[in-house]
Design a protein around this ligand. Structure first.
Ligand SMILES: C[S@@+](CC[C@H](N)C(=O)[O-])C[C@H]1O[C@@H](n2cnc3c(N)ncnc32)[C@H](O)[C@@H]1O
Length: 406
């Protein structure tokens, strides 16, 4: 939900202001706050979605005075005032979280919240430098491609004592983004138990974010566990401790396979059997780029010929697995999808994936379609790094070569 201040949606987006639905804040507060004397930090409290949930959780534990119990930090003064109005006895500090030293408030038992997701191209300058330097202070070296949530997670961990709990709403990039690997390593190193709750349906309606919940603690040493739910309604009755080890031994490199453990083990088995090879062995598999101009870059063979495009500016392209239905793909399938015979045009093939399950890219795409924005002919680049297309399955098999990294 975008906050209802006088700022525009663009301004709200620039500071990563997507506020958390109550089902999520309630669940995280219930899991994260165990005792009446717990001390809780919300590092980017916005207008107080978590402040309200923490207040309610403490009330259940018999605590109504939140002095020394709850500290909220928020950079935007108007939002900080709203958060304080929800819990006047709490401490709400108007500050950049990266300006706050981990020792400022004494020992903290729980860091809870939903940090801003600001992508690297907008998370720049002094803000990013401060985030990177706070991460370095924890021995974590983030790259300049990291979104702001990564720096928030690392700095948040530094506030916690050994028995502390981390309860955050994060983008699903936590599971798979390359830039997130140092964060995954930190979490597995620092916490004996790391639980990720993933959802089949998007839990943020407007935010264009595929969100997951991160629950990290040292309650026991069961490593990474991934719990998959249909949607946020299942949280009210969820007991994460009832889940046994669902992703034993999953390394920090990628956690996405652990989201569907059964599919992961089928994949491992097929690979071990030697009856299949990864697509990457015969094609270039790339997340691509968002051009906003699919009509210009992706076109059928006939179109290409009609426009007199030389073959050396074209590459055979599969945009999504659905372009080759079934488990077995032959050269004929590729041609049925419209692709020319390998080698007939271009020097490499490329699978341009489309976002799954309402991910951030999908949201962006949906927005564009709703706005009728497919007609931009300029070869613009997007940091989202995907080729998207509104056209159904088949028939747009080639793309004009345009490599933004050159
Ligand atoms: C995703 S919103 C979440 C707000 C609230 N935690 C919730 O769940 O509803 C992120 C908030 O972080 C704030 N923010 C962005 N950068 C910040 C920073 N460096 N320090 C503190 N707050 C920041 C934004 O103003 C925004 O209110």
């Amino acid at each position: 939900m975008i906050p209802s201040t006088s700022e525009s949606p663009e301004q709200a987006k620039a500071r990563g202001a997507f506020y958390t639905p109550a089902a999520l804040t309630r669940f995280l507060a219930r899991w994260a706050i165990r005792a009446a004397d717990d001390r809780v930090l919300e590092p980017s409290c916005g207008d107080g979605a978590f402040v309200a949930a923490v207040r309610a959780r403490f009330a259940m534990l018999g605590v109504t005075d939140l002095r020394r119990r709850l500290i909220g930090i928020e950079r935007q003064p108007a939002e900080a005032r709203k958060a304080l109005a929800i819990a006047p006895s709490a401490t709400v500090v108007t500050s950049d979280f990266f300006d706050v030293d981990p020792t400022s408030f004494g020992s903290i038992d729980t860091v809870i919240g939903n940090p801003p997701y600001i992508r690297y191209h907008a998370f720049t300058g002094a803000d990013r430098e401060k985030g990177l330097s706070r991460a370095r202070a924890q021995g974590v070296h983030l790259t300049r491609l990291a979104s702001s949530w990564a720096h928030f997670v690392v700095h948040s961990v530094s506030f916690l004592g050994p028995a502390g709990r981390l309860a955050l709403v994060l983008p699903a990039e936590l599971l798979h983004a390359d830039y997130g690997q140092p964060v995954r390593e930190l979490l597995l190193r620092r916490f004996g138990s790391v639980i990720v709750v993933a959802f089949d349906r998007a839990v943020f309606s407007d935010a264009q974010v595929d969100a997951v919940l991160l629950l990290a603690s040292n309650d026991h040493g069961r490593g990474l566990r991934v719990v998959r739910l249909a949607d946020e309604r299942a949280l009210d009755t969820l007991d994460v401790d009832a889940y046994t080890d669902l992703a034993p031994g999953t390394p920090a490199r990628r956690w996405s396979r652990a989201v569907d453990a059964a599919a992961g083990s089928v994949y491992e088995e097929v690979m071990r059997s030697g009856t299949a090879i990864p697509l990457g062995a015969i094609a270039s598999v790339d997340i691509g780029f968002v051009s906003g101009a699919n009509g210009f870059f992706i076109l059928s063979r006939d179109d290409a010929e009609r426009r007199g495009l030389p073959v050396d500016v074209l590459a055979p392209t599969l945009r999504r697995p659905g372009d080759i239905p079934g488990l077995l793909a032959s050269e004929g399938d590729a041609r049925a999808a419209g692709a020319p015979a390998p080698g007939a045009v271009g020097r490499h093939g490329e699978l341009a994936d489309t976002p799954q399950r309402g991910g951030r890219g999908a949201g962006v795409r949906r927005r564009r379609l709703e706005a009728g924005d497919e007609g931009d002919r300029a070869p613009s680049h997007s940091a989202h790094g995907r080729i998207t297309s509104r056209a159904p399955g088949r028939g747009l098999p080639e793309h004009r070569r345009h490599d933004p990294r050159r």
